[in-house]
Ligand binder design. Structure first.
Ligand SMILES: Nc1ncnc2c1ncn2[C@@H]1O[C@H](COP(=O)(O)OP(=O)(O)OP(=O)(O)O)[C@@H](O)[C@H]1O
Ligand SMILES: [Mg+2]
Length: 150
């Protein structure tokens, strides 16, 4: 997507997530980049609502990952803010979560530097004076394919 998107408020962020959900297919890794409180978890909530998930969407701040199974799709929502030990990566089996049946949404991917697969999509959220600004960048052919369905 060449142009930044202006997202005025939380409701618009949820709506953006729902719209994004319609473009997703399995075997995707999506990095969510933005400061604390920029709206990464809110965006994931919108994606899950868009996929028809009716339950509570918790921030994975303490567990590092929240797991959702929606129909045949596995969605893993990571938050690596508190991650600091690559051994934990192996022991928790995170590597196996990035597979051809899953969509992995990753908050704070910078903290797991070098362990994560390349991002198919990188979504950056900036905080201007009001609302949020979103930039979406496709890093792979699979990511580009998603954006053609936008
Ligand atoms: N477009 C928007 N404009 C203004 N406020 C927003 C917008 N989108 C989300 N918010 C608000 O910003 C806050 C974002 O919280 P959220 O937990 O989603 O951030 P986060 O990026 O996941 O933070 P963390 O890095 O701590 O996990 C919420 O209070 C939400 O209502
Ligand atoms: Mg969050």
């Amino acid at each position: 997507m060449d142009r930044p998107l202006n997202i005025a408020n939380e409701a618009e962020m949820l709506a953006f997530g729902s719209k994004l959900a319609a473009t997703l297919c399995p075997n995707l890794t999506i990095y969510l980049i933005g400061d604390l409180g920029s709206g990464k978890t809110t965006l994931v909530r919108g994606i899950l609502h868009g996929l028809g998930y009716k339950g509570v969407v918790k921030s994975p701040t303490y567990n590092l990952v929240e797991i959702y199974k929606i129909s045949r799709l596995y969605l893993y929502h990571f938050d690596f803010y508190r991650f600091n030990d690559p051994i934990e990566w192996e022991e928790a089996g995170f590597r196996d979560y990035f597979n051809c049946d899953s969509v992995c949404l990753v908050e704070w991917p910078e903290k797991a530097n070098g362990l994560l697969p390349t991002a198919d999509l990188q979504i950056t959220i900036d905080i201007p004076e009001s609302g949020r600004e979103i930039n979406v960048h496709a890093g792979t052919e699979a990511g580009k394919k998603c954006l053609t369905h936008w």
